[in-house]
Design a protein around this ligand. Structure first.
Ligand code: GLA
Length: 360
């Protein structure tokens, strides 16, 4: 692995970073113009950048120990470089002159666990470009460009949650997001509670194809209900007239939006107990109606839920593998999280505690 010094030869011009995200509530709602409540991870991606002296782009990922190099008129090779190139090309498309650059990336965000390491890379890269090239760019616009980099250059048809969270959230609050208006408000976590995040150890294999399938199902359901998107369905009962499985998909989205609104409408005054119940309901809805859970995530959340210090637990992110999140009593996260990991691993799982970072 190269150090920044070995890569740049001297201190680089800019150093920026951005966090990953854990979604506490509001899953598969962003591409339905709905609501969600993510929080930033303490884990983050750092981007160091400087101008290149040979007219070519040079990117290096310390996490992957991989280099990518290409000319100003060429495309980057596939892999981590696509995200960075996407950000550069989209800035150029906005009229910003971007010179050939050297970019060094390092991250302690575990890849492929559903904590949005790609959004963190995009947001940190755009922050580096903003600082270096003195571009006027607010956090919401930056998130929108980051999302386009993901869609157009990495080929992932995602919503806006991950990039908005990486750009605007912190680790102390939950961020209430409205995906239609892009309104964003920081709210306190329920009093007396903290979070646990555990990677199930199961890679998100089917994620891309199933994700796109769910998106189409939601569009079809909205079309049949005569609304622009499922966000506009007024009453939960309205979805019952849809044929299966559109009925179940729509039921998840509409009920999930109601859960987020309940959690956020009190302006952060919701009790930890009630928030936990909403998380449990969200998991059941993702498992039964939206069908994006897997056995390992059901088991992990079940083990967590049974602990007296846990208020609630659910899968987080797109599903089909990845991580789960639980809300527990302040001070209990480390012990309870490690207990749950040990329990499922004794049964052959490959889980690991991500938040709080395990003590060595
Ligand atoms: C992925 C996508 C997000 C969102 C979640 C599901 O993380 O990138 O836009 O749709 O899945 O809530």
């Amino acid at each position: 692995m190269k150090s920044p010094n070995e890569f740049f030869g001297a201190a680089p011009e800019v150093h920026t970073w951005a966090p990953g995200r854990v979604n506490l509530l509001g899953e598969h709602t962003d591409y339905n113009d709905g609501y969600m409540l993510p929080i930033a991870t303490p884990q983050r991606t750092d981007v160091l950048a400087d101008r290149s002296s040979d007219g070519r782009f040079h990117f290096y990922s310390a996490t992957l120990d991989e280099t990518a190099e290409f000319g100003a008129d060429e495309s980057s090779p596939d892999g981590f470089a696509r995200y960075i190139e996407g950000c550069i090309r989209l800035m150029q498309a906005r009229g910003v002159q971007v010179p050939p650059l050297k970019v060094y990336v390092r991250s302690n965000l575990a890849l492929g666990t559903g904590l949005s390491s790609s959004a963190a890379l995009e947001v940190a890269t755009l922050r580096a470009l903003r600082t270096m090239l003195k571009v006027d760019l607010d956090g919401v616009t930056l998130a929108q460009i980051a999302q386009q980099a993901e869609i157009q250059y990495a080929g992932v048809n995602c919503g806006i949650m991950d990039q908005m969270a990486s750009s605007l959230a912190d680790t102390e609050h939950m961020l209430f997001l409205d995906a239609r208006t892009l309104d964003a408000r920081l709210l306190p976590l329920p009093v007396g509670a903290e979070i646990i995040v555990i990677d199930s150890g199961v890679p998100r294999k089917l994620a891309a194809s199933k994700y796109n399938e769910r998106r189409s199902e939601c569009e079809a359901a909205a079309g049949m209900l005569g609304v622009p998107s499922l966000r506009d369905v007024g009453r939960l009962a309205d979805v019952e007239k849809l044929p299966s499985p559109l009925r179940e998909r729509a039921r998840h989205v509409v009920s999930e939006n109601l859960r987020v609104l309940e959690a956020a409408d009190s302006g952060g005054a919701i009790s930890a107990g009630r928030f936990g119940e909403l998380m449990n309901d969200s998991h059941a809805s993702l498992r039964d109606d939206y069908e994006v859970s897997i056995r390992e995530l059901d088991e992990l959340t079940e083990v967590l839920r049974k602990h007296p210090d846990v208020y609630g637990a659910r899968l987080t992110g797109a599903g089909f593998g990845g991580a789960c999140v639980a809300l527990c009593k302040t001070g209990a996260a480390q012990t309870v999280g490690q207990m749950a990991v040990n329990r499922v691993n004794a049964g052959g799982a490959n889980a690991r505690l991500l938040i709080p970072a395990p003590q060595r």
